[in-house]
Structures are given as C-alpha cells and as structure tokens.
Design a protein. Structure first.
Length: 227
C-alpha cells in the first residue's frame, strides 16, 4: 500500500514542479516583455528628440545665415562709403580750385558720415585688423548661442535610438527562448514517458540560457539609459 501511494504521488509532484516552473518562467517573460516595451518607447522618444534637434539646428542655421547676410551687407556698405571718402580725400589734395574743393569736401564728409551711420548696423567686434569681416567667427558664436538655448545636436539621439532598437531585438530573442522553455515544461508535464525528463532538462537549459542572457543584457551590454 505504501509503495503504491509513493508511485501515485510521484507523478503529481513532477507535474506540480513543472507547473511551478511554467508559472515562474511565464512571470519572468512577462516582466521582460514589459521591459522590452519600455525600451521601445524610449527609442521612439529618442527619435522624436532627434527630429526636434534637427529642426532646431536647421532653424538656427537659417536665422544665423540671414543675420550674417544682413550684417555683411551693412559692412560692405560701410567699407564702400569709407573707401569713397578716402579716395575723395586723396583727390582733394590735388585740387586747387576753391569751389571744386568745397564740393569734394562736401562729398567726402557725406561719404564718411554715411560710413559712420552704417557702422551701427553690424557688430564691429567681427572686424579683423586688416579691415576684413570675420564671417566664420560670427557664425560660430551665433551657433554656440543657439546651442546654449536649444538642442541642436540630433546625432546622439539617433545613435541612442538605434542602440535601443538593437536592445529591443535582443530582448525579443530572450523572450522567444523563454517561450520555448515554457513549451518544454508544458510538454514534460503532459507526458508520462521517460522522455518527459528530457523535456524537463530542455526547459531548464533554455530557462538558464534566457536568464543568463537577460542578466548579461542589462548588466554588461546595456544599450541605453536604464529605465
């Protein structure tokens, strides 16, 4: 009687153990699926941030270029009027007629006055020692100012989004492995033949592989910000 009772309860214990493993692996797989969904959402967010940064960068370039164009036009006008005044001043030294000198003096003063007036329409700090206009410096400072106010660097966001999508792919592979482990445990639970132990070992092996890959992914590989 006692031996028969042990033989009857032994399969029940095996099936109970398989049921417990099925539940545990299913719960772990569900947690991993939730993690995968969160990483996927973050990848989408990074894509959005990258697009926003791209728009900010293009807007900054357009505004900076337009501003530079206006400043450079004012600078060329200043240079033209100033040089005109210098040329008239040089000619003035060779003129003896008083009336002509008065006319040239008036033109010279007018040209220099216009140069002084136009001088207020562009930032003089970008003038070089040789009188040239440093356009690269103005664009560089304008870009730095724009970068301090808005995100204008999309590349890091797109790179992180790609990394996160790769992470999602790896997590999905782990979920598939855990699903296969559940299938082996379910098969072992339903069988009465000795092959059920082979199925059990297959389930444990796949579970161990899935857990190891998940730990490796989160601890060593990473692939993005930790959520």
């Amino acid at each position: 009687m006692a031996v028969a009772s042990d033989a009857e309860t032994r399969p029940d214990r095996f099936q109970t153990a398989m049921a417990i493993m099925i539940a545990l692996v299913t719960l772990f797989g569900a947690a991993l699926a939730s993690r995968t969904a969160l990483v996927g959402v973050q990848a989408g967010d990074e894509d959005f941030y990258g697009l926003t940064a791209t728009l900010n960068a293009e807007e900054a370039r357009a505004v900076n270029t337009t501003t530079l164009y206006g400043n450079y036009r004012a600078y060329t006008a200043y240079t033209r009027y100033n040089e005109l005044g210098n040329l008239i001043s040089a000619d003035l030294e060779e003129v003896a007629d008083a009336q002509e000198r008065d006319a040239l003096t008036h033109q010279m003063n007018t040209a220099w006055s216009l140069a002084v007036a136009v001088n207020y329409f562009f930032p003089t700090r970008y003038l070089n020692r040789d009188g040239g206009y440093d356009t690269e410096r103005e664009l560089g400072e304008a870009w730095a100012e724009a970068a301090s106010q808005k995100d204008v660097y999309p590349e890091p966001h797109f790179a992180l989004a790609d990394s996160l999508r790769a992470k999602v792919s790896r997590l999905l592979i782990i979920i598939i492995i855990l699903t296969a482990a559940v299938w082996f445990f379910t098969l072992a639970q339903s069988l009465r033949h000795v092959i059920r132990y082979v199925c059990m070992l297959g389930g444990f092996g796949l579970t161990g592989l899935g857990v190891a890959m998940a730990v490796l992914e989160e601890v060593l590989v990473g692939g993005g910000r930790f959520l």
